[in-house]
Design a protein around this ligand. Structure first.
Ligand SMILES: O=C(O)COP(=O)(O)O
Ligand SMILES: [Mg+2]
Length: 249
């Protein structure tokens, strides 16, 4: 990731927020996309119960204290590699001893491969929301920072895989969100200009990726945003359930 570039962008997003009225749920804005790219963790799926279970089992295996769901929730959204790093340091951004990391990462991958969708579930309104979008004829894709080996089983186990014409996981391309590449690649794949594309997400990474790619962005209020209110980074709209999309599309 080009750190300086994103620092400037994050500054712009916050600056924009400070001079704009926040987009309340009563917004009159409507959206007219052809393609909708939808985030996985924190938007479609509440995946924290499985992730926290695996992190806690990992901590026990390494003779450390388990963190619990409440803490792990704030660490999700930048891929499982970052999640394992965060669980070893207790910080969002901190360097990890390579030997500890390699050991922890291989234990975690093994745990998560058999616990991808044991405790995870769709949020209320997701199935109805996806059915609505499909009926209305929108092109749909899923874009996540989760690795493909976990993304595909979750989508299939929770019976939503067939809604999507494209699935881009964290390791599908050379860069993941907040880089705009996954969104730009999706727009190109469906041959839709970015200005006719909408992202549905839950985190600052989704907002930054959308802004840089030129997508509109609607965020879910219930997702994972490192413990911060997603409204603070000024997405075009914040909603509480995918069912509400009917009011804005
Ligand atoms: O952090 C992850 O593994 C995935 O997060 P995302 O689906 O919200 O992109
Ligand atoms: Mg997310």
């Amino acid at each position: 990731m080009h750190n300086e570039y994103y620092k400037v962008l994050i500054y712009c997003v916050f600056y924009q927020n400070s001079i704009c009225l926040k987009n309340k749920r009563t917004s009159m804005k409507t959206f007219n996309p052809k393609l909708i790219m939808i985030d996985l963790d924190g938007t479609l799926v509440d995946s924290v119960p499985d992730l926290a279970y695996c992190i806690d089992e990992l901590m026990k295996a390494m003779n450390r204290t388990p963190w619990g769901e409440f803490k792990v929730r704030d660490w999700v959204g930048n891929g499982v590699l970052k999640l394992v790093e965060r669980s070893l340091t207790g910080e969002l951004e901190a360097s990890v001893n390579k030997q500890d990391f390699d050991k922890a990462y291989s234990i975690f991958l093994e745990l998560y491969s058999i616990n991808t969708s044991v405790r995870s579930c769709l949020y209320d309104g997701v199935k109805e929301g996806l059915d609505y979008l499909k009926r209305q004829g929108y092109l749909l894709g899923c874009v996540t920072n989760k690795d493909e080996q976990f993304t595909l089983p979750i989508l299939k186990d929770l019976d939503i895989f067939n809604y999507f014409g494209l699935v881009i996981s964290g390791d599908t391309l050379v860069k993941k969100k907040p880089d705009p590449l996954p969104l730009l690649h999706s727009a190109e794949f469906f041959n839709i200009p970015p200005q006719d594309c909408l992202m549905l997400g839950d985190s600052i990474s989704d907002v930054i990726a959308s802004r840089v790619a030129g997508f509109e962005i609607i965020c879910m209020s219930y997702g994972y945003n490192h413990g911060k209110d997603i409204q603070d980074v000024n997405p075009d709209l914040v909603i509480d359930s995918m069912i509400e999309l009917k009011d804005y599309l």
